[in-house]
Write a protein that binds this ligand. Sequence first.
Ligand code: SD4
Length: 356
Amino acid sequence: MAIRNLLITLLLLFTSFSMALGHEVGNLGHYPVVVSTWPFVEAVRAAWRAIESGFSAVDAVVEGCSACEELRCDGTVGPGGSPDENGETTLDALVMNGATMEVGAVAAMKYVKDGIKAARLVMQHTGHTLLVGEQASAFAISMGLPGPTNLSSSESVQKWSKWKENRCQPNFWKNIVPVDSCGPYHPKDIAELGKGTCSSANLMAAVESRSSHIGLHNHDTISMAVIDKEGHIAVGTSTNGATYKIPGRVGDGPIAGSSSYADDEVGACGATGDGDIMMRFLPCYQVVESMRLGMEPKLAAQDAIKRIARKFPDFVGAVFAINKNGLHAGACHGWTFQYSVRSPEREDVEVFTVFP
Ligand code: SD4
Protein backbone atom coordinates (compact mmCIF):
# COMPACT_ATOMS: atom_id res chain seq x y z
CA MET A 1 0.00 0.00 0.00
CA ALA A 2 2.80 2.39 0.99
CA ILE A 3 4.63 1.64 -2.26
CA ARG A 4 1.42 2.21 -4.21
CA ASN A 5 0.93 5.60 -2.53
CA LEU A 6 4.54 6.53 -3.20
CA LEU A 7 4.12 5.60 -6.85
CA ILE A 8 0.95 7.70 -7.12
CA THR A 9 2.71 10.67 -5.47
CA LEU A 10 5.66 10.32 -7.85
CA LEU A 11 3.29 10.13 -10.81
CA LEU A 12 1.44 13.26 -9.70
CA LEU A 13 4.70 15.10 -9.13
CA PHE A 14 5.95 14.10 -12.58
CA THR A 15 2.69 15.18 -14.22
CA SER A 16 2.60 18.58 -12.52
CA PHE A 17 6.27 19.12 -13.41
CA SER A 18 5.71 18.43 -17.10
CA MET A 19 2.62 20.64 -17.17
CA ALA A 20 4.56 23.51 -15.61
CA LEU A 21 7.43 23.51 -18.12
CA GLY A 22 7.17 26.92 -19.79
CA HIS A 23 3.76 27.11 -21.34
CA GLU A 24 3.68 23.39 -22.10
CA VAL A 25 0.06 22.57 -21.56
CA GLY A 26 -1.62 19.31 -20.72
CA ASN A 27 -4.82 17.84 -22.04
CA LEU A 28 -4.21 14.31 -20.91
CA GLY A 29 -6.53 12.01 -22.79
CA HIS A 30 -9.21 14.64 -23.45
CA TYR A 31 -9.85 14.42 -27.15
CA PRO A 32 -10.47 15.91 -29.58
CA VAL A 33 -7.75 18.54 -29.97
CA VAL A 34 -6.97 20.92 -32.83
CA VAL A 35 -3.64 22.79 -33.01
CA SER A 36 -2.45 25.17 -35.71
CA THR A 37 0.44 27.50 -36.39
CA TRP A 38 -0.23 31.22 -35.80
CA PRO A 39 -3.48 32.80 -34.55
CA PHE A 40 -5.46 31.23 -37.38
CA VAL A 41 -8.47 31.08 -35.09
CA GLU A 42 -11.15 30.67 -37.77
CA ALA A 43 -9.29 27.73 -39.28
CA VAL A 44 -9.07 26.02 -35.89
CA ARG A 45 -12.77 26.67 -35.30
CA ALA A 46 -13.60 25.13 -38.69
CA ALA A 47 -11.58 22.00 -37.88
CA TRP A 48 -13.19 21.84 -34.43
CA ARG A 49 -16.71 22.06 -35.90
CA ALA A 50 -15.80 19.27 -38.31
CA ILE A 51 -14.46 17.02 -35.57
CA GLU A 52 -17.46 17.76 -33.33
CA SER A 53 -19.79 16.67 -36.09
CA GLY A 54 -18.00 13.37 -36.48
CA PHE A 55 -15.48 13.99 -39.27
CA SER A 56 -12.26 11.96 -39.27
CA ALA A 57 -9.00 13.63 -38.22
CA VAL A 58 -7.92 13.82 -41.87
CA ASP A 59 -11.17 15.45 -42.99
CA ALA A 60 -11.09 17.90 -40.07
CA VAL A 61 -7.55 18.94 -41.05
CA VAL A 62 -8.77 19.51 -44.60
CA GLU A 63 -11.74 21.57 -43.34
CA GLY A 64 -9.43 23.67 -41.16
CA CYS A 65 -6.76 24.32 -43.78
CA SER A 66 -9.43 24.95 -46.46
CA ALA A 67 -10.95 27.63 -44.23
CA CYS A 68 -7.55 29.31 -44.12
CA GLU A 69 -7.16 29.04 -47.90
CA GLU A 70 -10.59 30.62 -48.40
CA LEU A 71 -9.89 33.37 -45.87
CA ARG A 72 -6.38 33.82 -47.28
CA CYS A 73 -5.18 33.75 -43.67
CA ASP A 74 -2.68 36.53 -43.11
CA GLY A 75 -3.46 37.57 -46.65
CA THR A 76 -1.32 34.76 -47.97
CA VAL A 77 -2.40 31.14 -47.35
CA GLY A 78 -4.23 29.98 -50.47
CA PRO A 79 -4.52 32.06 -53.64
CA GLY A 80 -3.61 35.71 -54.06
CA GLY A 81 -0.27 35.94 -52.23
CA SER A 82 3.49 35.35 -52.43
CA PRO A 83 4.06 36.16 -56.11
CA ASP A 84 7.07 34.37 -57.60
CA GLU A 85 9.56 36.10 -59.92
CA ASN A 86 7.04 35.85 -62.74
CA GLY A 87 4.29 37.34 -60.57
CA GLU A 88 2.49 34.00 -60.27
CA THR A 89 1.07 32.43 -57.10
CA THR A 90 1.64 28.70 -56.66
CA LEU A 91 0.54 26.41 -53.83
CA ASP A 92 2.27 23.76 -51.73
CA ALA A 93 0.11 21.52 -49.54
CA LEU A 94 0.23 18.22 -47.68
CA VAL A 95 -2.04 15.99 -45.65
CA MET A 96 -0.93 13.01 -43.57
CA ASN A 97 -2.92 10.30 -41.84
CA GLY A 98 -1.13 9.30 -38.65
CA ALA A 99 -3.15 6.08 -38.38
CA THR A 100 -1.96 4.68 -41.73
CA MET A 101 1.09 6.89 -42.44
CA GLU A 102 -0.47 7.73 -45.83
CA VAL A 103 0.52 11.09 -47.29
CA GLY A 104 -0.82 13.13 -50.18
CA ALA A 105 0.82 16.34 -51.35
CA VAL A 106 0.98 18.85 -54.18
CA ALA A 107 3.83 21.24 -54.91
CA ALA A 108 4.19 24.40 -57.02
CA MET A 109 0.60 23.83 -58.09
CA LYS A 110 -0.85 26.48 -60.41
CA TYR A 111 -4.42 27.38 -61.44
CA VAL A 112 -6.16 25.48 -58.58
CA LYS A 113 -6.93 27.35 -55.38
CA ASP A 114 -7.78 24.33 -53.20
CA GLY A 115 -4.31 23.16 -52.17
CA ILE A 116 -5.21 20.94 -49.22
CA LYS A 117 -8.15 19.30 -51.05
CA ALA A 118 -5.83 18.51 -53.96
CA ALA A 119 -3.39 16.94 -51.47
CA ARG A 120 -6.18 14.76 -50.05
CA LEU A 121 -7.13 13.64 -53.57
CA VAL A 122 -3.53 12.52 -54.15
CA MET A 123 -3.70 10.51 -50.92
CA GLN A 124 -7.11 9.03 -51.59
CA HIS A 125 -6.91 8.25 -55.29
CA THR A 126 -3.30 7.52 -56.15
CA GLY A 127 -0.49 5.32 -54.95
CA HIS A 128 1.80 8.36 -55.08
CA THR A 129 2.74 10.81 -52.37
CA LEU A 130 3.53 14.03 -54.23
CA LEU A 131 2.42 15.56 -57.54
CA VAL A 132 4.00 18.77 -58.82
CA GLY A 133 3.44 21.76 -61.09
CA GLU A 134 0.97 21.86 -63.92
CA GLN A 135 0.48 18.09 -63.79
CA ALA A 136 -0.70 18.46 -60.20
CA SER A 137 -3.19 21.09 -61.39
CA ALA A 138 -4.38 18.85 -64.23
CA PHE A 139 -4.82 15.96 -61.79
CA ALA A 140 -6.77 18.11 -59.30
CA ILE A 141 -9.08 19.47 -62.00
CA SER A 142 -9.63 15.99 -63.45
CA MET A 143 -10.66 14.83 -59.97
CA GLY A 144 -13.31 17.53 -59.72
CA LEU A 145 -11.70 20.57 -58.13
CA PRO A 146 -12.57 23.93 -59.75
CA GLY A 147 -10.05 25.32 -62.22
CA PRO A 148 -8.15 26.49 -64.09
CA THR A 149 -8.28 29.66 -61.97
CA ASN A 150 -6.00 32.66 -61.93
CA LEU A 151 -4.35 32.54 -58.48
CA SER A 152 -3.11 36.14 -58.59
CA SER A 153 -4.88 38.98 -56.79
CA SER A 154 -4.63 42.73 -57.22
CA GLU A 155 -2.45 42.78 -54.06
CA SER A 156 -0.05 40.13 -55.33
CA VAL A 157 0.25 41.83 -58.73
CA GLN A 158 0.88 45.19 -57.06
CA LYS A 159 3.50 43.67 -54.76
CA TRP A 160 5.24 42.07 -57.71
CA SER A 161 5.19 45.30 -59.78
CA LYS A 162 6.82 47.20 -56.91
CA TRP A 163 9.47 44.49 -56.61
CA LYS A 164 10.20 44.74 -60.35
CA GLU A 165 10.49 48.52 -60.01
CA ASN A 166 12.93 47.93 -57.15
CA ARG A 167 15.25 46.04 -59.57
CA CYS A 168 13.95 42.66 -58.36
CA GLN A 169 15.42 43.17 -54.88
CA PRO A 170 15.49 41.21 -52.63
CA ASN A 171 15.70 37.85 -54.34
CA PHE A 172 16.84 34.30 -53.71
CA TRP A 173 19.79 34.20 -56.11
CA LYS A 174 23.39 33.84 -54.96
CA ASN A 175 26.77 33.66 -56.66
CA ILE A 176 25.34 35.20 -59.80
CA VAL A 177 25.67 38.28 -61.94
CA PRO A 178 24.06 40.80 -62.09
CA VAL A 179 23.60 41.18 -58.33
CA ASP A 180 21.63 44.42 -58.23
CA SER A 181 19.17 44.16 -61.07
CA CYS A 182 16.67 41.77 -62.60
CA GLY A 183 17.84 38.75 -64.57
CA PRO A 184 18.61 36.92 -66.69
CA TYR A 185 21.27 35.79 -64.23
CA HIS A 186 24.47 33.93 -64.92
CA PRO A 187 26.76 32.00 -62.59
CA LYS A 188 29.53 34.17 -61.25
CA ASP A 189 32.96 33.13 -62.43
CA ILE A 190 34.10 30.32 -60.10
CA ALA A 191 37.68 31.72 -60.01
CA GLU A 192 36.33 35.09 -58.90
CA LEU A 193 34.26 33.40 -56.20
CA GLY A 194 37.42 31.86 -54.75
CA LYS A 195 38.94 35.31 -54.17
CA GLY A 196 36.77 35.82 -51.13
CA THR A 197 35.65 39.44 -51.07
CA CYS A 198 32.99 39.12 -53.73
CA SER A 199 31.69 35.80 -52.45
CA SER A 200 31.30 37.04 -48.89
CA ALA A 201 29.48 40.16 -50.10
CA ASN A 202 27.23 37.97 -52.12
CA LEU A 203 26.64 35.66 -49.19
CA MET A 204 25.63 38.65 -47.04
CA ALA A 205 23.20 39.73 -49.74
CA ALA A 206 21.70 36.25 -49.65
CA VAL A 207 21.40 36.31 -45.86
CA GLU A 208 19.82 39.76 -45.88
CA SER A 209 17.34 38.82 -48.53
CA ARG A 210 16.40 35.64 -46.64
CA SER A 211 15.53 37.48 -43.46
CA SER A 212 13.46 40.02 -45.35
CA HIS A 213 11.44 37.27 -47.06
CA ILE A 214 10.28 35.46 -43.95
CA GLY A 215 9.16 37.77 -41.16
CA LEU A 216 6.46 38.54 -38.71
CA HIS A 217 4.04 39.79 -41.33
CA ASN A 218 5.02 37.24 -43.92
CA HIS A 219 4.30 33.89 -42.31
CA ASP A 220 2.23 32.36 -44.98
CA THR A 221 1.84 28.84 -43.71
CA ILE A 222 -0.82 26.98 -41.82
CA SER A 223 0.30 23.68 -40.35
CA MET A 224 -2.42 21.94 -38.39
CA ALA A 225 -2.74 18.80 -36.25
CA VAL A 226 -6.02 17.18 -35.20
CA ILE A 227 -6.54 14.38 -32.70
CA ASP A 228 -10.06 13.06 -33.22
CA LYS A 229 -12.46 11.57 -30.67
CA GLU A 230 -10.87 8.12 -31.05
CA GLY A 231 -7.34 9.42 -30.62
CA HIS A 232 -6.46 9.19 -34.33
CA ILE A 233 -4.09 11.90 -35.48
CA ALA A 234 -3.75 13.75 -38.79
CA VAL A 235 -1.76 16.75 -39.91
CA GLY A 236 -1.82 19.10 -42.85
CA THR A 237 0.00 22.11 -44.24
CA SER A 238 -1.00 24.70 -46.81
CA THR A 239 1.07 27.62 -48.05
CA ASN A 240 1.78 29.74 -51.07
CA GLY A 241 5.43 29.64 -50.08
CA ALA A 242 8.10 32.31 -50.25
CA THR A 243 7.53 35.72 -51.83
CA TYR A 244 9.64 36.36 -54.99
CA LYS A 245 10.72 32.72 -55.09
CA ILE A 246 12.45 31.50 -58.21
CA PRO A 247 9.77 29.81 -60.37
CA GLY A 248 9.81 26.07 -59.75
CA ARG A 249 10.81 26.46 -56.10
CA VAL A 250 9.16 23.98 -53.75
CA GLY A 251 9.36 24.68 -50.03
CA ASP A 252 8.95 22.50 -46.98
CA GLY A 253 5.13 22.63 -47.22
CA PRO A 254 4.60 19.41 -49.20
CA ILE A 255 7.47 17.50 -47.56
CA ALA A 256 6.30 14.97 -44.97
CA GLY A 257 8.39 15.26 -41.82
CA SER A 258 9.36 18.84 -42.62
CA SER A 259 6.20 21.00 -42.54
CA SER A 260 4.23 18.46 -40.55
CA TYR A 261 4.23 14.84 -39.42
CA ALA A 262 1.96 12.54 -37.45
CA ASP A 263 1.98 9.07 -36.00
CA ASP A 264 -0.99 7.82 -33.95
CA GLU A 265 1.42 5.94 -31.68
CA VAL A 266 3.30 9.10 -30.70
CA GLY A 267 1.81 12.49 -31.62
CA ALA A 268 2.27 15.21 -34.20
CA CYS A 269 4.19 18.32 -35.21
CA GLY A 270 3.59 21.35 -37.42
CA ALA A 271 6.14 23.86 -38.70
CA THR A 272 6.37 27.32 -40.23
CA GLY A 273 9.28 29.46 -41.35
CA ASP A 274 12.12 29.44 -43.84
CA GLY A 275 11.28 26.24 -45.67
CA ASP A 276 14.41 26.24 -47.82
CA ILE A 277 16.45 25.75 -44.66
CA MET A 278 13.95 23.74 -42.62
CA MET A 279 13.40 21.04 -45.23
CA ARG A 280 17.06 20.05 -44.92
CA PHE A 281 16.45 18.96 -41.32
CA LEU A 282 12.95 17.40 -41.38
CA PRO A 283 12.18 19.08 -38.04
CA CYS A 284 8.73 17.56 -37.63
CA TYR A 285 10.04 14.04 -38.19
CA GLN A 286 12.70 14.86 -35.61
CA VAL A 287 10.07 16.08 -33.12
CA VAL A 288 7.88 13.00 -33.45
CA GLU A 289 10.82 10.59 -33.25
CA SER A 290 12.18 12.40 -30.18
CA MET A 291 8.78 12.09 -28.51
CA ARG A 292 8.74 8.39 -29.45
CA LEU A 293 11.97 8.03 -27.48
CA GLY A 294 10.32 9.64 -24.46
CA MET A 295 11.02 13.37 -24.81
CA GLU A 296 8.35 15.79 -23.63
CA PRO A 297 6.85 17.91 -26.47
CA LYS A 298 8.60 21.08 -25.28
CA LEU A 299 12.05 19.51 -25.24
CA ALA A 300 11.42 17.75 -28.54
CA ALA A 301 10.36 21.03 -30.18
CA GLN A 302 13.31 22.95 -28.75
CA ASP A 303 15.75 20.24 -29.78
CA ALA A 304 14.50 20.22 -33.39
CA ILE A 305 14.82 24.01 -33.63
CA LYS A 306 18.27 24.01 -32.02
CA ARG A 307 19.58 21.46 -34.52
CA ILE A 308 18.79 23.91 -37.33
CA ALA A 309 19.99 27.04 -35.51
CA ARG A 310 23.36 25.46 -34.77
CA LYS A 311 24.06 25.27 -38.52
CA PHE A 312 22.05 28.32 -39.63
CA PRO A 313 22.14 30.91 -36.83
CA ASP A 314 20.08 33.41 -38.90
CA PHE A 315 17.31 30.99 -39.69
CA VAL A 316 13.73 31.99 -38.90
CA GLY A 317 11.24 29.28 -38.02
CA ALA A 318 9.08 27.52 -35.48
CA VAL A 319 7.39 24.24 -34.64
CA PHE A 320 4.59 23.09 -32.39
CA ALA A 321 4.57 19.60 -30.92
CA ILE A 322 1.67 17.63 -29.47
CA ASN A 323 1.89 14.16 -28.03
CA LYS A 324 -0.85 11.55 -28.22
CA ASN A 325 -2.04 12.57 -24.73
CA GLY A 326 -2.69 16.10 -25.91
CA LEU A 327 0.29 17.72 -24.17
CA HIS A 328 1.51 20.52 -26.45
CA ALA A 329 4.32 23.08 -26.71
CA GLY A 330 6.12 25.27 -29.22
CA ALA A 331 9.66 26.40 -29.98
CA CYS A 332 11.00 29.07 -32.31
CA HIS A 333 14.09 30.87 -33.55
CA GLY A 334 14.47 34.35 -35.04
CA TRP A 335 10.91 35.49 -34.34
CA THR A 336 8.15 35.26 -31.78
CA PHE A 337 5.83 32.40 -32.62
CA GLN A 338 2.17 31.86 -31.84
CA TYR A 339 0.09 28.73 -32.13
CA SER A 340 -3.62 28.11 -31.56
CA VAL A 341 -5.31 25.30 -29.68
CA ARG A 342 -8.92 24.17 -29.26
CA SER A 343 -9.64 21.42 -26.76
CA PRO A 344 -12.63 20.36 -24.65
CA GLU A 345 -11.09 22.16 -21.66
CA ARG A 346 -11.75 25.58 -23.22
CA GLU A 347 -14.82 27.35 -24.60
CA ASP A 348 -12.94 28.64 -27.61
CA VAL A 349 -9.57 28.72 -29.33
CA GLU A 350 -6.63 29.68 -27.14
CA VAL A 351 -3.53 31.34 -28.60
CA PHE A 352 -0.13 30.55 -27.05
CA THR A 353 2.90 32.77 -27.52
CA VAL A 354 6.41 31.34 -27.66
CA PHE A 355 9.51 33.52 -27.43
CA PRO A 356 12.82 32.63 -29.09
C1 SD4 B 1 7.89 27.99 -47.14
N1 SD4 B 1 7.50 27.34 -44.88
O1 SD4 B 1 7.40 27.75 -48.23
C2 SD4 B 1 6.97 28.14 -45.96
C3 SD4 B 1 6.83 29.58 -45.63
C4 SD4 B 1 6.44 29.86 -44.22
O2 SD4 B 1 6.25 31.23 -42.48
O3 SD4 B 1 6.14 29.02 -43.43
N2 SD4 B 1 6.50 31.04 -43.78
O4 SD4 B 1 9.10 28.16 -46.97
